[in-house]
Every structure is written in C-alpha cells, then in structure tokens.
Ligand binder design. Structure first.
Ligand code: GTP
Ligand code: MG
Length: 207
C-alpha cells in the first residue's frame, strides 16, 4: 500500500460524536507514551499529522484522520479510510475519575464503532509483558474484536532482547488463547514495520 495523502479530520470525546461510520476504519491504541501518534505519522509519511510528546497523556480524544491510499499491486485501486489515534491507557498521573471516563470512552468506541475493521494494539518492545497490556489484549479477545499487535520502539533494542520480549508476550497470550493475532515489529525512528503494517491494512480493505 502507498499513502496518497492523509489529513486530520476531527477530535471527539465520545463515539456518538465521531464522524459518520461511512468508511473502513483502523484504530491505534496502547499504553500512554508507547508511540501511537509517532507510528501514525511514520505510516502516513507525515511527521506533523498526529501530535506526539515526550510526556505521556498527550492524546486525550478520539482523533479521526482521513487517509487516501493506493494498492501497490494494482495502481488503479484507490481507497479512502479512517485512521484513528486514541488516548493511551494506564497513565498514572490522571485522577481516578478521569481514568474511569477515559476507559469508558475507549471501551465504548471499540465496541460500538461499526466500521472499525481492526485495532492495532501497541506494545513497548523494551519491556517484558506488562499486566496492563495483557489485560487489554485479553479483553479485546473476550469482546471478539479483531486486532493486531505492534511492538514499538524496536530501534532501542538489541535483536536478542527484542525477540525475548516478543516471545514472552506471545507465550503469555497462549495461556489464554489458542490462535494468536498478527504481530508486527516497528520503529518510528527507522521506519521498520511500515510496509508490513500498511500491507496488512491493504489486505483487510480488500477482503
Ligand atoms: P500518548 O498520546 O501520550 O498516549 O502517547 P503516544 O503513544 O501517542 O506516544 P508518542 O507517539 O507521542 O511518543 C511518545 C514518545 O516516544 C515521544 O518522545 C516519541 O518521540 C518517542 N517514540 C515514539 N516512537 C518511537 C520509536 O519508534 N523509537 C524511539 N526511539 N522513540 C519513539
Ligand atoms: Mg498520542
């Protein structure tokens, strides 16, 4: 898949206020500061599209972007879809009340958004499996929502450590699930994973 263009559309705090569900949609979620907004910018080739920050908790609403793309295998096949940047979960410095309402906003969005085809759940590749990530992924499985996993910040890891963390995460999932989701390894810094993730989106758009 090649991106023709990507532009910001709108930010809303509630799924009921999101744009009409009239295009295929793909969302990006994960712990606060895991690199969601950076990955979106890397994938779309626009460093200024989604706002990123070194301080966690930057993205606070459901942010819709419109993407126009071309199928690399068929230049005539052009698609328009929504890409969604979501707030991170697990940000410690948010009050209990705020955390609850953020949780509800995300859960409602994931479960009620009819055109949502796949959610990419981002996991920081630098860490061993974290309870909060496993809980989130297990919840997605229980809700039977389609998702794929993207390990982020791979540029910060040596190959051995990266492989160990990825395998440990897969092993933790196998305790609950027979079939594992698609896994991707990415770095917004060196652009690794870009082709694989975009081609995965293309495959879902076609089916
Ligand atoms: P919230 O919106 O606060 O939940 O964060 P986010 O998940 O959108 O993370 P964001 O993209 O804002 O990135 C957080 C920090 O991690 C920034 O300082 C980024 O520059 C850095 N970062 C993101 N992706 C990568 C990566 O692939 N490699 C490296 N080295 N740093 C990254
Ligand atoms: Mg963000």
């Amino acid at each position: 898949m090649e991106i023709i263009n990507a532009s910001y559309l709108i930010s809303k705090p509630d799924v009921a206020q999101c744009p009409a569900a009239d295009r295929p949609e793909f969302a990006f979620i994960g712990r606060s500061n895991v690199g969601k907004s950076s990955l979106i910018n890397m994938l779309t080739g626009n460093q200024r599209l989604a706002k990123t920050s070194a301080a966690p908790g930057k993205t606070q609403m459901i942010n819709h972007f419109v993407v126009k793309s071309r199928n690399s295998a068929n230049a005539k096949s052009v698609a328009e879809w929504y890409l969604v940047d979501l707030p991170g979960y697990g940000y410690a410095k948010v009050s209990q009340k705020n955390r609850k309402s953020w949780g509800k906003m995300i859960d409602d969005y994931l479960r009620k958004r009819d055109n949502l085809l796949t959610t990419f759940v981002l996991i920081d590749s630098r860490h061993e499996p974290q309870a909060i990530d496993l809980e989130f992924v297990n919840q997605m499985g229980e809700w039977q929502l389609p998702f794929a996993i993207v390990f982020t910040k791979a540029d910060k890891m040596k190959p051995g450590g990266l492989q160990r963390n990825v395998e440990a995460f897969a092993a933790a999932l196998r305790e609950n699930w027979e079939a594992l989701p698609a896994f991707f390894i990415s770095s917004s810094t060196d652009k690794s994973g870009k082709t694989e993730i975009l081609d995965y989106v293309q495959g879902i758009l076609k089916s």
